[in-house]
Design a binder for this molecule. Sequence first.
Ligand code: GRF
Length: 193
Amino acid sequence: MKKIVVFLSGRGSNFQAIADAIDGGEIRGARIAAVISDRPDAPGLLEAKRRGIPAHSVPRAPGMGRRQHEQALLAHLDPLEPDLICLAGYMRVLSSEFVSAYRGRILNIHPSLLPKFPGLDAQRQALEAGEWVTGCTVHFVDEGVDSGPIVLQRSVPILPGDDAGTLAARILKEEHRAYPEAIRKVLDGLENH
Ligand code: GRF
């Protein structure tokens, strides 16, 4: 059984899509070993508990440096020996030490067709650039912001009258299909090594 750990900071709809894909047999031979959030009030943590998945809140307390915070994350993470860490709306950038400890085993999902529109407000960035097509990208995490090797991308049309909200909702639907598919692809790759 491959072990997935999900990192999130908020709503957790991508986490739910991954959990549903596992429950529905779309991702075989894997389970979510834990959900970890830097935000104690993240709705995704409650949803994890509801599903009986271990849920850990690891807030970055005032005065706590990034290194210290990551040590606290690793204290939960390392004992689980995860095969894959899935960032799903996790709003912090991981340090290069963290990334190199788990290189090739951290995925992220981003609501644009990278390398276009990395960073915050990707949907608004696409609208403001006058694009007609945008989408989502699942990629391996490296030291940069939304910059690692791409696993898969799905495009989504931008329609007349869209605002950041309507566009984000259309992209999110595609994210919920793309993330499980990317995980399956990566886990199959791990299997063949
Ligand atoms: C998604 O749009 C994802 O692409 C971005 O953050 C959002 C998280 O949404 N990285 P959710 O918490 O999974 O619902």
